[in-house]
Design a protein around this ligand. Structure first.
Ligand code: GLC
Ligand code: CA
Length: 532
């Protein structure tokens, strides 16, 4: 594996949803100074790099993914100087900063769009996709047609997401140049990498009627990240493919494109869609992850290890037991995934075992996707209860509710009124209570990441699965030269697990298992052995 990728495996990345992380000035909205105030906390956890969800100027139709100016900070999040200070404070702690780049679309309030819609012949007229009639039957990811008629220009434009998020036309070389300039602007300010939002959509495949993976996709990405200035930075693409050949084209070490991409197959845990619980749970997750570990290794690619983000409910609430066995499931899932071969990435709240919320009224929701989904379900004849169940289970607001730092008022997130209600379990699940508990998820995560830092085999070693398909647990080996570590994670049923590699010093346990103990594994029990 190339040096650059090896180095990225030394990073633990922490995803921050700025709006909901920490509010420094009491207006109820998380902000950049709030993030700066918590950097020592992240350092203590063992974080090496932070990824900020978009914090650029935005009317917030899609919470910052609708950008009105790529070079300015959103008013509610602070000033440009606050951003510079945040970058400097991150560097001071020897950490990295990854920004969210949204290349597929802008806000309809972006100057480019305001100009573009004015007429068919102005310098910006071809920055977006315009047509006299919808060119196809494409749907917006948030519901409805992807084509919207614009009165001002008297034509339709394409929007793959909200109506207020027009798609940029990357076939116009001026758009490519603009986006290169945006990337360079932030690199010059010290940014170490980019998470690239729905980057597979910057090239449309009109011929095969597909709103992504068009014929120019690789060229475009290469023009962004294959340049002298950009080829060393870290880039991770949100790119929805399960085809290994296509993945190699994106993240192959010689491609000059992305460092890695999110592989989402384990998000489909057996359910028919995002909004319904599954029944196969962690066994399927294990098999899917095992498959991807091997494929990444065979092709010398960097695998990103993650379970949570701002677009789904907490993984713990979807595949674990977030009630009686919350600590055990949270630590078990983290151990299984973060000790695999790749780069760990976690989402705010995971380190305290944060879980999904339950709200009884649609008025308690903010997210455009959830609200549209609710209305769509009602229109399809579902009851209000059924529609609420779906969005409570799958909705994006779950992970977007503010981080609970204390057991006090508003979880210590703000001294004002939070922009969205705190999670329904914030009084029970918060950092303060977690640290006071004998079963602290935070302390376990900290120990896990510390061990990863300490043992090179856990960062750079080969992944070798030890479980058989019929087993109801996950077990694997990490191996580097003569050094071997055996990782065992049980799922929800108590059972005896006996594999030859389970010997040697016990490195970590979430039940206080002792060295040499051969008793049955309890639900979600974890054990780690340094194999002699
Ligand atoms: C990505 C983001 C999501 C956003 C969408 C449109 O999927 O993760 O939050 O709504 O792109 O930008
Ligand atoms: Ca604030």
């Amino acid at each position: 594996m190339i040096e650059k990728y090896k180095n990225f495996k030394n990073w633990v990345v922490y995803q921050i949803y700025p709006r909901s992380f920490f509010d420094s000035n009491g207006d109820g909205i998380g902000d950049l100074n709030g993030i700066t105030a918590k950097l020592d906390y992240l350092k203590e956890l063992g974080v090496d790099a932070v990824w900020l969800c978009p914090c650029f100027k935005s009317p917030n139709v899609d919470n910052g993914y609708d950008i009105a100016d790529y070079r300015q900070i959103m008013d509610e999040f602070g000033t440009f100087d606050d951003a510079l200070r945040l970058i400097a404070e991150i560097k001071k702690r020897d950490m990295k900063i990854i920004m969210d780049l949204v290349p597929n679309h802008t806000s309809d309030q972006h100057e480019w769009f305001l100009e573009s819609r004015k007429s068919k012949d102005n310098p910006y007229s071809d920055y977006y996709y315009w047509a006299d009639e919808p060119l196809n039957d494409w749907r917006s990811a948030f519901g409805g047609s992807a084509w919207q008629y614009d009165d001002v220009r008297g034509q339709y434009y394409l929007h793959s997401y909200a109506i207020e998020q027009p798609d940029l036309n990357w076939e116009n070389p001026k758009v490519v140049k603009e986006m290169q300039n945006v990337v360079d602007f932030w690199i010059d300010l010290g940014v170490d990498g980019f998470r690239c939002d729905v980057i597979d959509q910057i090239s449309k495949d009109f011929v095969n009627n597909r709103n992504s993976f068009g014929p120019t996709l690789h060229d475009h990405i290469n023009q962004l990240f294959g340049r002298e200035k950009t080829k060393h930075i870290f880039t991770i693409g949100e790119c929805w493919t399960k085809e290994i050949d296509e993945i190699c084209r994106h993240i192959g070490p010689d491609r000059g494109e992305l460092s890695t991409l999110f592989q989402f197959e384990h998000f489909d845990t057996g359910r028919r869609n995002k909004w319904e619980p599954s029944d196969t749970g962690l066994l399927r997750v294990r098999d899917v992850l095992t498959k991807w570990q091997i494929l990444h290794q065979e092709n010398e690619l960097l695998h990103t290890l993650f379970t949570d983000n701002h677009d789904n409910n907490f993984y713990l609430s979807r595949v674990g037991n977030d009630k009686e066995l919350r600590y055990e499931s949270a630590t078990c899932i983290a151990t299984m995934i973060y000790l695999m071969n790749g780069m760990p990435l976690l989402y705010q709240g995971q380190e305290i075992g944060a879980a999904g919320s339950h709200f009884d009224s649609i008025d308690d929701f903010d997210d455009i996707e959830s609200i549209n989904k609710y209305n769509e379900l009602l229109a399809r004849g579902k009851t209000k209860e059924e529609a609420l169940f779906a969005i409570n289970f799958g909705g994006r607001d779950n992970t977007r509710r503010p981080m609970a730092w204390t057991a006090g008022e508003n979880g210590g997130f703000t001294t004002g009124t939070p922009w969205i209600q705190m999670g329904s379990r914030a009084k029970e699940i918060n950092l303060e209570s977690d640290l006071a508990s004998e079963k602290s998820v935070f302390k376990y995560f900290k120990a896990l990441f510390a061990l990863r830092k300490e043992m090179e085999v856990l960062r750079q070693g080969e992944f070798i699965p030890l479980h058989k398909p019929e087993d109801k647990f996950a077990a694997y080996l990490r191996k580097l030269d003569g050094c071997r570590v055996c990782v065992v994670t049980n799922f929800d049923k108590t059972q005896t697990i006996d594999i030859p590699e389970m010997k040697g010093k016990l490195l970590l346990s979430n039940y206080g298992r002792a060295d040499g103990d051969a008793s049955a594994f309890r639900p979600y029990e974890v054990a780690l052995y340094s194999v002699e």
